[in-house]
Write a protein that binds this ligand. Structure first.
Ligand SMILES: Nc1ncnc2c1ncn2[C@@H]1O[C@H](COP(=O)(O)OP(=O)(O)OP(=O)(O)O)[C@@H](O)[C@H]1O
Ligand SMILES: C[C@H](N)[C@H](N)CCCCCC(=O)O
Ligand SMILES: [Mg+2]
Length: 244
């Protein structure tokens, strides 16, 4: 199967996975419309989301991926599972008396990958987040056969978090496409320098490209293509992302 896609994970919850996934979706959609990206459709998938009451709620990742990515997909189709408790999927499901049918979730992902479009998948939290009592988000990314893009914070502490995430990805047999540092406080020269030094350490010790540094900006929409997205897209190795 021609697996054309990218799994977007993070070093934590709240690091900007949705922001990056939506920004990529909007940019790739524009490139596709201009005939500069070899996929007719750009689609997003949120396998499981927690902390929201419904996939159509404006706070839901499924809603934000569609809105910020400028996508026509129905948010209710973007997310497969939605749980109210803001917890790891395993626990959020258990709070409702359910267990997640991992095989069905994986099959849904493989179906979505099968139509030859380009699929951006957003995980839940980081890679070591439980989906069931035996499966983590890392298992899902590995068994979908997709490379991961790691969204990490830009400041102090991110080197450890990012290198741990890279190590788990590789231990799980997942290719790491790159790292994006999010929330670079561009207020002072010292901040900018420390972000560059964090990127240098992550690249050196993780043997992974830091493909983007997101400034902390308020606006997020599918209309504009911020510079960081264009830089990131040019730095990614598309031969691996478009499937051999
Ligand atoms: N570069 C940025 N500039 C301004 N706000 C940002 C930026 N990145 C993320 N945010 C905001 O920070 C919050 C967390 O970002 P986001 O929801 O993308 O994280 P996440 O990793 O997807 O979280 P979750 O684990 O819940 O899915 C959101 O309110 C988002 O709008
Ligand atoms: C609720 C949050 N926004 C995410 N949907 C789920 C994050 C799970 C994190 C689990 C953990 O690492 O402790
Ligand atoms: Mg998110």
């Amino acid at each position: 199967m021609n697996r054309r896609g990218l799994f977007i994970t993070g070093t934590d919850t709240g690091v900007g996975k949705t922001r990056v996934a939506a920004g990529m979706a909007a940019a790739l959609r524009r490139l596709s419309a201009e005939g500069r990206f070899p996929a007719a459709e750009i689609r997003v998938w949120k396998p499981v989301q927690t902390g929201v009451v419904s996939a159509g709620h404006c706070d839901a990742d499924s809603f934000r991926l569609a809105a910020e990515g400028g996508l026509a997909q129905n948010p209710r189709d973007i997310a497969t599972l939605t749980y109210a408790e803001p917890l790891a999927p395993w626990m959020a499901a258990r709070r409702t008396g359910e267990t997640i049918d991992y095989a069905a979730l994986l099959a849904d992902g493989r179906r979505r990958l099968g139509d030859g479009d380009f699929l951006l998948v957003e995980g839940a939290g980081g890679l070591a987040v439980p989906i069931t009592d035996t499966k983590l988000i890392a298992h899902l990314a590995a068994e979908l056969g997709l490379p991961v893009l790691i969204v990490a914070r830009a400041g102090l502490g991110t080197v450890n978090h990012t290198l741990l995430t890279v190590a788990l990805a590789r231990h799980s047999g997942i290719r790491v496409a790159g790292v994006v540092l999010n929330g670079a406080a561009a207020h002072t020269e010292a901040d900018r320098l420390s972000v560059e030094e964090n990127a240098e350490m992550i690249a050196a010790f993780g043997e992974v490209p830091v493909v983007g540094t997101l400034p902390w900006t308020e606006q997020a929409d599918g209309a504009s293509s911020p510079d960081w997205i264009d830089t990131m897209i040019t730095r990614l190795d598309w031969t691996t992302l478009l499937g051999e």
